[in-house]
Design a protein around this ligand. Structure first.
Ligand SMILES: C[S@@+](CC[C@H](N)C(=O)[O-])C[C@H]1O[C@@H](n2cnc3c(N)ncnc32)[C@H](O)[C@@H]1O
Length: 248
Protein backbone atom coordinates (compact mmCIF):
# COMPACT_ATOMS: atom_id res chain seq x y z
CA UNK A 1 0.00 0.00 0.00
CA UNK A 2 2.73 2.47 1.03
CA UNK A 3 4.66 2.00 -2.20
CA UNK A 4 1.51 2.66 -4.26
CA UNK A 5 0.90 5.84 -2.30
CA UNK A 6 4.48 6.82 -3.12
CA UNK A 7 3.80 6.20 -6.83
CA UNK A 8 0.73 8.41 -6.64
CA UNK A 9 2.76 11.02 -4.73
CA UNK A 10 5.49 11.02 -7.36
CA UNK A 11 2.84 11.45 -10.10
CA UNK A 12 1.46 14.46 -8.21
CA UNK A 13 4.94 15.98 -7.83
CA UNK A 14 5.64 15.53 -11.55
CA UNK A 15 2.32 17.08 -12.64
CA UNK A 16 2.67 19.93 -10.15
CA UNK A 17 6.11 20.74 -11.56
CA UNK A 18 4.64 20.87 -15.08
CA UNK A 19 1.41 22.75 -14.45
CA UNK A 20 1.09 26.17 -12.90
CA UNK A 21 -1.72 26.45 -10.34
CA UNK A 22 -2.73 22.79 -10.62
CA UNK A 23 -4.07 22.66 -7.06
CA UNK A 24 -6.04 25.87 -7.60
CA UNK A 25 -7.74 24.33 -10.65
CA UNK A 26 -8.62 21.22 -8.66
CA UNK A 27 -10.05 23.30 -5.80
CA UNK A 28 -12.29 25.28 -8.13
CA UNK A 29 -13.58 22.17 -9.91
CA UNK A 30 -14.30 20.45 -6.58
CA UNK A 31 -16.05 23.56 -5.21
CA UNK A 32 -18.14 23.81 -8.40
CA UNK A 33 -19.19 20.16 -8.05
CA UNK A 34 -20.13 20.75 -4.40
CA UNK A 35 -22.04 23.92 -5.31
CA UNK A 36 -23.84 22.54 -8.36
CA UNK A 37 -24.36 18.85 -7.66
CA UNK A 38 -25.22 18.42 -3.96
CA UNK A 39 -23.54 16.11 -1.44
CA UNK A 40 -24.19 12.70 -3.06
CA UNK A 41 -23.25 13.25 -6.69
CA UNK A 42 -22.22 10.67 -9.26
CA UNK A 43 -19.15 11.99 -11.06
CA UNK A 44 -17.00 10.96 -14.02
CA UNK A 45 -13.27 11.87 -14.05
CA UNK A 46 -12.22 11.81 -17.73
CA UNK A 47 -8.57 10.94 -18.45
CA UNK A 48 -8.14 10.50 -14.72
CA UNK A 49 -4.60 9.14 -14.73
CA UNK A 50 -4.08 7.59 -11.27
CA UNK A 51 -7.08 9.51 -9.92
CA UNK A 52 -5.66 12.81 -8.65
CA UNK A 53 -8.85 14.80 -9.28
CA UNK A 54 -11.16 11.88 -8.40
CA UNK A 55 -9.41 11.66 -5.01
CA UNK A 56 -9.88 15.37 -4.31
CA UNK A 57 -13.60 15.15 -5.16
CA UNK A 58 -13.92 12.10 -2.88
CA UNK A 59 -12.12 13.91 -0.03
CA UNK A 60 -14.41 16.94 -0.26
CA UNK A 61 -17.59 14.92 -0.82
CA UNK A 62 -17.19 11.54 0.93
CA UNK A 63 -20.66 10.45 -0.24
CA UNK A 64 -19.84 11.09 -3.89
CA UNK A 65 -19.41 8.15 -6.26
CA UNK A 66 -16.57 8.80 -8.73
CA UNK A 67 -15.82 6.75 -11.84
CA UNK A 68 -12.27 7.51 -13.01
CA UNK A 69 -11.86 6.73 -16.72
CA UNK A 70 -8.50 6.26 -18.43
CA UNK A 71 -6.89 3.93 -20.95
CA UNK A 72 -3.33 3.91 -19.60
CA UNK A 73 -2.70 0.58 -17.84
CA UNK A 74 0.20 1.94 -15.74
CA UNK A 75 -1.75 4.90 -14.37
CA UNK A 76 -4.84 2.73 -13.82
CA UNK A 77 -2.76 0.21 -11.87
CA UNK A 78 -1.29 2.92 -9.63
CA UNK A 79 -4.72 4.49 -9.07
CA UNK A 80 -6.50 1.21 -8.26
CA UNK A 81 -3.80 0.19 -5.78
CA UNK A 82 -3.24 3.58 -4.15
CA UNK A 83 -6.96 4.33 -3.72
CA UNK A 84 -7.95 0.84 -2.58
CA UNK A 85 -9.27 2.32 0.69
CA UNK A 86 -11.50 4.76 -1.19
CA UNK A 87 -14.30 2.45 -2.35
CA UNK A 88 -16.31 5.40 -3.66
CA UNK A 89 -13.65 5.83 -6.40
CA UNK A 90 -13.66 3.13 -9.10
CA UNK A 91 -11.51 2.94 -12.22
CA UNK A 92 -12.70 2.10 -15.74
CA UNK A 93 -10.26 1.09 -18.48
CA UNK A 94 -11.83 2.91 -21.44
CA UNK A 95 -10.90 5.02 -24.43
CA UNK A 96 -12.73 8.34 -24.14
CA UNK A 97 -13.16 8.44 -27.92
CA UNK A 98 -15.01 5.11 -28.00
CA UNK A 99 -18.67 5.82 -28.85
CA UNK A 100 -19.63 2.98 -26.46
CA UNK A 101 -18.53 5.10 -23.44
CA UNK A 102 -22.20 5.54 -22.34
CA UNK A 103 -22.12 1.81 -21.42
CA UNK A 104 -20.53 3.11 -18.19
CA UNK A 105 -23.92 4.50 -17.19
CA UNK A 106 -26.20 7.51 -17.44
CA UNK A 107 -27.63 10.08 -15.01
CA UNK A 108 -24.21 11.37 -13.87
CA UNK A 109 -24.31 14.75 -12.10
CA UNK A 110 -20.97 15.95 -13.46
CA UNK A 111 -18.01 15.02 -15.63
CA UNK A 112 -14.70 16.57 -14.58
CA UNK A 113 -11.32 16.45 -16.28
CA UNK A 114 -7.85 17.89 -15.88
CA UNK A 115 -5.02 18.15 -18.40
CA UNK A 116 -6.30 15.23 -20.44
CA UNK A 117 -8.64 16.19 -23.27
CA UNK A 118 -5.90 17.94 -25.28
CA UNK A 119 -4.83 14.36 -26.12
CA UNK A 120 -7.97 13.99 -28.27
CA UNK A 121 -8.24 15.07 -31.91
CA UNK A 122 -11.22 17.21 -32.88
CA UNK A 123 -13.37 14.33 -34.20
CA UNK A 124 -12.63 12.21 -31.10
CA UNK A 125 -13.60 15.16 -28.92
CA UNK A 126 -16.92 15.52 -30.78
CA UNK A 127 -17.61 11.82 -30.13
CA UNK A 128 -16.77 12.25 -26.44
CA UNK A 129 -19.05 15.29 -26.09
CA UNK A 130 -21.95 13.37 -27.69
CA UNK A 131 -21.30 10.55 -25.20
CA UNK A 132 -21.29 13.02 -22.31
CA UNK A 133 -24.56 14.57 -23.47
CA UNK A 134 -26.08 11.10 -23.12
CA UNK A 135 -24.40 10.31 -19.79
CA UNK A 136 -25.09 13.53 -17.85
CA UNK A 137 -28.49 14.26 -16.36
CA UNK A 138 -30.29 17.42 -17.54
CA UNK A 139 -28.58 20.32 -15.74
CA UNK A 140 -25.46 18.19 -15.15
CA UNK A 141 -22.05 19.91 -15.36
CA UNK A 142 -18.98 19.37 -17.52
CA UNK A 143 -15.84 20.94 -15.99
CA UNK A 144 -12.60 20.70 -17.94
CA UNK A 145 -9.28 22.24 -16.80
CA UNK A 146 -6.83 22.24 -19.69
CA UNK A 147 -4.69 24.31 -22.02
CA UNK A 148 -7.39 25.87 -24.21
CA UNK A 149 -5.98 28.53 -26.55
CA UNK A 150 -8.19 30.89 -28.56
CA UNK A 151 -8.42 30.45 -32.33
CA UNK A 152 -6.45 33.55 -33.36
CA UNK A 153 -6.40 37.32 -33.37
CA UNK A 154 -4.66 39.93 -31.29
CA UNK A 155 -5.72 38.56 -27.87
CA UNK A 156 -4.54 35.06 -28.81
CA UNK A 157 -1.17 36.46 -29.90
CA UNK A 158 -0.81 38.55 -26.76
CA UNK A 159 -1.62 35.56 -24.54
CA UNK A 160 0.78 33.35 -26.48
CA UNK A 161 3.48 35.99 -26.00
CA UNK A 162 2.89 36.11 -22.24
CA UNK A 163 3.07 32.32 -22.02
CA UNK A 164 6.39 32.17 -23.85
CA UNK A 165 8.07 35.51 -23.13
CA UNK A 166 11.11 36.32 -25.24
CA UNK A 167 14.29 37.65 -23.67
CA UNK A 168 16.43 36.83 -20.68
CA UNK A 169 14.12 38.54 -18.20
CA UNK A 170 11.99 35.41 -17.81
CA UNK A 171 14.23 32.38 -17.32
CA UNK A 172 12.22 29.14 -17.46
CA UNK A 173 13.67 26.14 -15.65
CA UNK A 174 12.20 22.91 -16.98
CA UNK A 175 11.77 20.20 -14.35
CA UNK A 176 14.29 17.39 -14.48
CA UNK A 177 14.60 13.82 -13.16
CA UNK A 178 11.43 12.17 -11.81
CA UNK A 179 9.70 15.56 -11.76
CA UNK A 180 9.81 15.72 -15.57
CA UNK A 181 7.35 13.78 -17.77
CA UNK A 182 10.10 11.68 -19.43
CA UNK A 183 11.95 11.17 -16.14
CA UNK A 184 8.81 9.93 -14.39
CA UNK A 185 8.02 7.50 -17.21
CA UNK A 186 11.62 6.15 -17.22
CA UNK A 187 11.24 5.48 -13.52
CA UNK A 188 7.90 3.68 -14.09
CA UNK A 189 9.35 1.66 -16.98
CA UNK A 190 12.08 0.32 -14.69
CA UNK A 191 9.85 -0.65 -11.74
CA UNK A 192 9.33 -4.39 -11.19
CA UNK A 193 5.88 -3.88 -9.64
CA UNK A 194 4.69 -2.09 -12.81
CA UNK A 195 6.26 -4.44 -15.37
CA UNK A 196 2.99 -6.09 -16.49
CA UNK A 197 1.21 -2.77 -16.84
CA UNK A 198 4.20 -1.30 -18.69
CA UNK A 199 4.17 -4.25 -21.15
CA UNK A 200 0.45 -3.72 -21.75
CA UNK A 201 1.06 0.01 -22.26
CA UNK A 202 3.62 -0.76 -24.98
CA UNK A 203 1.10 -3.03 -26.73
CA UNK A 204 -1.41 -0.18 -26.78
CA UNK A 205 1.09 2.33 -28.24
CA UNK A 206 -0.15 5.12 -26.03
CA UNK A 207 1.65 8.31 -27.00
CA UNK A 208 1.13 11.96 -26.24
CA UNK A 209 -0.08 13.79 -29.39
CA UNK A 210 2.07 16.38 -31.13
CA UNK A 211 1.41 19.92 -29.94
CA UNK A 212 1.06 21.22 -33.56
CA UNK A 213 -2.62 22.08 -33.97
CA UNK A 214 -4.44 22.11 -30.64
CA UNK A 215 -8.23 22.12 -30.68
CA UNK A 216 -9.12 25.73 -29.90
CA UNK A 217 -11.35 27.08 -27.15
CA UNK A 218 -13.94 28.07 -29.75
CA UNK A 219 -13.93 24.57 -31.29
CA UNK A 220 -14.49 23.01 -27.86
CA UNK A 221 -17.37 25.40 -27.21
CA UNK A 222 -18.96 24.76 -30.61
CA UNK A 223 -18.61 20.97 -30.22
CA UNK A 224 -20.28 21.13 -26.79
CA UNK A 225 -23.21 23.17 -28.13
CA UNK A 226 -23.61 20.82 -31.12
CA UNK A 227 -23.65 17.87 -28.74
CA UNK A 228 -26.59 19.41 -26.85
CA UNK A 229 -25.06 21.41 -23.98
CA UNK A 230 -27.25 24.46 -23.29
CA UNK A 231 -24.67 26.85 -21.77
CA UNK A 232 -20.92 27.00 -22.25
CA UNK A 233 -18.46 29.34 -20.54
CA UNK A 234 -15.22 29.69 -18.56
CA UNK A 235 -15.06 29.42 -14.77
CA UNK A 236 -11.35 30.24 -14.33
CA UNK A 237 -8.47 31.36 -16.50
CA UNK A 238 -4.71 31.81 -16.27
CA UNK A 239 -3.43 32.91 -19.70
CA UNK A 240 -4.47 30.01 -21.99
CA UNK A 241 -5.15 27.59 -19.14
CA UNK A 242 -8.87 27.57 -18.45
CA UNK A 243 -11.62 25.69 -16.71
CA UNK A 244 -14.27 25.28 -19.36
CA UNK A 245 -17.75 24.74 -17.95
CA UNK A 246 -20.85 23.50 -19.78
CA UNK A 247 -24.36 22.72 -18.62
CA UNK A 248 -26.24 19.75 -20.06
C1 LIG B 1 -1.50 14.46 -18.19
S1 LIG B 1 -2.47 13.09 -17.73
C2 LIG B 1 -3.56 13.85 -16.56
C3 LIG B 1 -4.08 12.85 -15.58
C4 LIG B 1 -4.93 13.44 -14.43
N1 LIG B 1 -6.17 13.98 -14.94
C5 LIG B 1 -4.16 14.48 -13.66
O1 LIG B 1 -4.53 15.65 -13.71
O2 LIG B 1 -3.20 14.11 -12.99
C6 LIG B 1 -3.52 12.80 -19.16
C7 LIG B 1 -4.33 11.53 -19.04
O3 LIG B 1 -5.28 11.44 -20.10
C8 LIG B 1 -5.37 10.07 -20.47
N2 LIG B 1 -5.92 9.95 -21.82
C9 LIG B 1 -5.48 10.56 -22.94
N3 LIG B 1 -6.22 10.18 -24.00
C10 LIG B 1 -7.14 9.31 -23.55
C11 LIG B 1 -8.18 8.57 -24.16
N4 LIG B 1 -8.41 8.66 -25.47
N5 LIG B 1 -8.93 7.77 -23.39
C12 LIG B 1 -8.70 7.66 -22.05
N6 LIG B 1 -7.74 8.34 -21.42
C13 LIG B 1 -6.96 9.15 -22.15
C14 LIG B 1 -3.92 9.61 -20.38
O4 LIG B 1 -3.81 8.21 -20.34
C15 LIG B 1 -3.47 10.28 -19.10
O5 LIG B 1 -3.73 9.51 -17.98
Amino acid sequence: MARWSRWLGSWEAQQQALLPRREERFSIICAAVAEGCGTHPRILDLGSGPGSLALRVARLLPSAEVVAVDRDPVLLEIGRRALVRRPQVSFADRDLADPRLPDLGTGFDAAVSSTALHWLERSALATLYRSLAAMLRPGGLFLNADHLPRAGGAIAELTQGLEHPAGAGHPVTAPSGPRSWDGWWSMAEGAAELSEAVAERHLREHHHPERGTPVTLEQHQEALRSAGFSEVGCLWQHLNDRILVAVR
